[in-house]
Write a protein that binds this ligand. Structure first.
Ligand code: GLA
Length: 388
């Protein structure tokens, strides 16, 4: 890949100078959905697919971008004086947002660069292609501008900061954190209230992680993502009138049940219930896994989907169709939507010998009901973002 990209780099941007290469993965969340902006736990892992970037520092303040995934756009030119989000800037809003975030955080980027990208994460799939672009940019900026004091967790935080304030999507920290901090064959059990984390080895003897991509396109900006977040914040404010808490993640199921009437609106009550129950489910799921109880883990994945479907209402016909078809198959340990929802992907744990059946049967059911095909990926857990 690197050699092919290097050739392309020279063709697009010309020869000379030192070109450095970087990689940031995509991520899949195994359980703990819509908990990361509610002070709860998540359990994501980095994938081996992701975004490759070749970057060369410039002596002026020009920014030149080229994506091998959007060749028709050609070279997109901008400059360090133009760090504002715009529709016309398309995908380059993500690297630009990251430069902006570095500047805001006291790490000025005073010279421009040429950047060539290639990504093999399906676009808008819910496997965090945008956080991957942000993070690969962060790693490149830290390296090229020699900001040794910036940690990988800082890069994750700057990525979230730029997504929130530059790209105007109110996301939590899960995506950027798992992409920056990922570890081969491990998932990350992260407490989003404190950023304390542990790695949990994923030993799936005789099983695979299969991702089914619905191919229903969506962007977080135009989804109901920000609306869900506001609903949770309002519910929290109502609960705070009767109990001294700072996030929904602090509550157990029983504690929530006791005070839930303080939330005046029944829809909002269901949203908060999901946040509380999903967080507890995630804690139980990780402990089940640590005890080697993969069946229990799978059942909790299924329960997570039901809660996202009925209480949080972020699944939709496409994701429900994929998950229900998976549930009907023997040899599927667990299956649920993953990521923000409203389209995107499902994640399933599937016994090795039924993976082919899974892809055939779920694929056929999906096409019949939805009218277009889903894509399937048997994925591996890889390391976090780095120079390569
Ligand atoms: C998106 C956001 C994350 C998280 C998930 C839902 O991926 O970027 O911060 O909120 O949705 O769990």
């Amino acid at each position: 890949m690197k050699a092919k990209m290097m050739k392309e780099f020279t063709k697009i941007f010309g020869e000379g100078g030192e070109v450095r290469s970087y990689f940031a993965p995509g991520r899949v969340n195994l359980i703990g959905e819509h908990t990361d902006y509610n002070g709860g736990h998540v359990f994501p892992c980095a994938l081996t697919i992701g975004t490759y970037a070749l970057v060369r520092k410039r002596e002026d303040n020009k920014l030149r971008f080229y994506s091998m995934n959007f060749e028709k756009l050609g070279m997109v030119e901008s400059s360090l004086d133009d760090l504002v989000e715009s529709k016309a800037a398309g995908w380059t809003n993500y690297p630009k947002g990251m430069i902006w975030a570095f500047n805001q955080k006291g790490f000025p980027i005073d010279k421009g660069f040429d950047m060539l990208l290639f990504g093999n994460i399906p676009n808008a799939s819910g496997l965090s292609s945008s956080a991957s672009v942000e993070t690969v940019t962060g790693v490149a900026l830290k390296d090229l501008y020699e900001y040794e004091d910036i940690s990988m967790i800082d890069i994750a935080l700057y990525g979230q900061y730029s997504e929130n304030n530059f790209n105007k999507v109110n996301c939590g920290i899960m995506d950027q954190f798992s992409i920056a901090m990922g570890k081969k064959d491990n998932a990350i059990f992260l407490d989003t209230a404190t950023l304390e984390y542990t790695y949990a080895p994923i030993k799936l003897d005789g099983m695979k992680i299969v991702i089914a991509c619905s191919n229903k396109k969506r962007g977080l900006g135009d989804s109901k993502y920000n609306e869900r977040r506001t609903e949770c914040e309002t519910a929290l404010a109502e609960l705070q009138k009767v109990k001294d808490i700072s996030s929904l993640g602090e509550l157990t199921e029983d504690e929530f049940d006791e005070i839930q009437d303080a939330i005046k609106d029944s829809t909002r009550r269901r949203r908060a219930k999901h946040a509380v129950y999903e967080n507890q489910r995630t804690i139980h799921a990780v402990s089940a896994l640590q005890h080697g109880d993969i069946q229990e883990f799978g059942e909790l994945m299924n329960a997570s989907h039901i809660s996202l479907r009925d209480d949080y209402e972020v699944t939709g016909l496409e994701l429900d169709t994929l998950v229900e078809a998976a549930w009907n198959l023997n040899g599927v340990i667990g299956s649920r939507m993953t990521g923000a929802g409203f389209g995107g992907c499902t994640v399933s744990i599937v016994m090795d010998d039924v993976v082919d059946d899974f892809i055939n049967v779920v694929g056929r059911n999906y096409k019949k009901k939805i009218g277009y095909a889903a894509d399937f990926y048997v994925v591996e857990i890889g390391d976090g973002a780095r120079r390569i």
